[in-house]
Design a protein around this ligand. Structure first.
Ligand code: NAD
Ligand code: UDP
Ligand code: UDP
Length: 343
């Protein structure tokens, strides 16, 4: 039985067949909901480069056309402006379901919409997966563990979430989304994959995203104070986006239907993180302490033994290298903004 679990599952191919001269190559169609966002656009790049057909479905709430515009016009690429809260009827083989605001200011901006996106939106994508026989990967989150009492967090831990606090629309929305995945798997035979993603950073994060990495880098680059919420003793572990994207693709194409943590286990306090970014930017900004955010998880670090053992996956980009790339990206964004403000 253990051996059977390691046999790679058969990839479902689309019925359409592309012809390359004499040879017929079956083309797989990947749908990425939230594909115009930060993670989704990097995933789009990877799947396009691997030669798949990619359909991005996005309502541009926090995503931007600019993140995927380099693919517009490519014969394998399609961009659909669509809100996943509404039903969607298309033909695909694999669904990477990423549509959801991800940063606390964005998901708290309209909690009802966040709930609808994660519940009704996920239901629709599972209904689509069921109808066309596609496999669905849910972009879940370390937030399902809430403010954890188990450290580091492994996939067996059930979590510690305040169901009525300000983060609940996102945390509970993702928890229901996971529940829905397993209900569709058990009752309808839909193939599901669940990635519990830990803090991720990199290029194409929105300038107003509000998460800590983009805030600190932009503040350091502009000589503004780095805003630390609370004492800065709370911890996080940050992974670079290319590591996450490799993990997502690897999980999708594996036979692991139970949840898998994807994150970098290198843990830092937020204050250490502010100091590191300040020194990498060579910034003279000072650090400003602001009131603590409500229900802010105090410690977070992934246990990634499962991903290592079953997917052979682990992060490979060192923190400083990822940060330097991200700093370069935001410097260019600030330049771009400065050059375009009088146009
Ligand atoms: P993001 O905000 O950059 O991207 C989210 C995308 O989803 C955007 O393009 C947005 O326009 C789209 N979207 C939102 N609501 C939608 C709707 N109703 N219909 C269609 N599209 C919609 O965020 P991200 O960091 O790229 O996150 C992507 C996914 O990964 C999210 O599901 C998030 O919960 C999950 N995740 C991310 C992190 C992280 O650190 N980046 C951590 C854990 C989980
Ligand atoms: N759905 C969709 N695309 C499809 C098939 C279904 O968006 O290709 C939606 C459909 O509108 C429904 C949801 O997915 O609200 C769940 O579908 P399911 O077939 O499981 O439920 P039912 O339609 O029987 O309530
Ligand atoms: N944080 C901070 N200053 C900021 C933004 C965030 O000190 O400008 C803190 C936040 O309180 C949390 C951590 O950094 O403890 C990570 O926050 P983020 O919003 O990036 O992600 P979370 O892990 O909370 O979803």
């Amino acid at each position: 039985l253990a051996l059977i679990a390691y046999i790679p599952s058969v990839v479902v191919f689309r019925r359409s067949i592309q012809e390359h001269g004499e040879m017929k190559v079956e083309q797989r169609i990947d749908e990425i909901t939230g594909g115009a966002g930060f993670v989704g656009s990097h995933l789009t790049d990877k799947l396009m480069m691997d030669g798949h057909e990619v359909t991005v479905v996005d309502n541009f709430f926090t995503g931007r056309k600019r993140n995927v515009e380099h693919w517009i016009g490519h014969e394998n690429f399609e961009l659909i402006n669509h809100d996943v809260v509404e039903p969607l009827y298309i033909e695909v083989d694999q669904i990477y379901h990423l549509a959801s605001p991800a940063s606390p200011p964005n998901y708290m901006y309209n909690p009802i919409k966040t709930l609808k996106t994660n519940t009704i939106g996920t239901l629709n994508m599972l209904g689509l997966a069921k109808r066309v026989g596609a496999r669905l990967l849910l972009a879940s989150t370390s937030e399902v563990y809430g403010d954890p009492e188990v450290h580091p967090q492994n996939e067996e831990y059930w979590g510690h979430v305040n169901p009525i606090g300000p983060r609940a629309c996102y945390d509970e929305g993702k928890r229901v989304a996971e529940t829905m995945c397993y209900a569709y798997m058990k009752q309808e035979g839909v193939e599901v994959r669940v990635a519990r993603i830990f803090n991720t950073f990199g290029s194409r994060m929105h300038m107003n995203d509000g998460r800590v990495v983009s805030n600190f880098i932009l503040q350091a680059l502009q000589g503004e104070p780095l805003t630390v919420y609370g004492s800065g003793s709370q911890t996080r572990a940050f992974q670079y986006v290319s590591d996450l994207v490799n993990g997502l693709v690897s999980l999708m194409n594996s036979n692991i239907s139970s949840p898998v943590n994807l994150g970098n286990p290198e843990e830092h306090t937020i204050l250490e993180f502010a100091q590191l970014i300040k020194s990498l930017v060579v910034s003279r900004s000072h650090i400003q302490f602001l009131p603590e955010a409500q229900d802010d998880p105090q410690r977070r670090r992934p246990d990634i033994r499962k991903a290592k053992m079953l997917l052979g996956w682990e992060p490979v980009v060192p923190l400083e290298e990822g940060l330097n790339k991200t700093i370069q990206y935001f410097s260019r964004e600030l330049e771009h903004q400065a050059n375009n403000q009088y146009i």
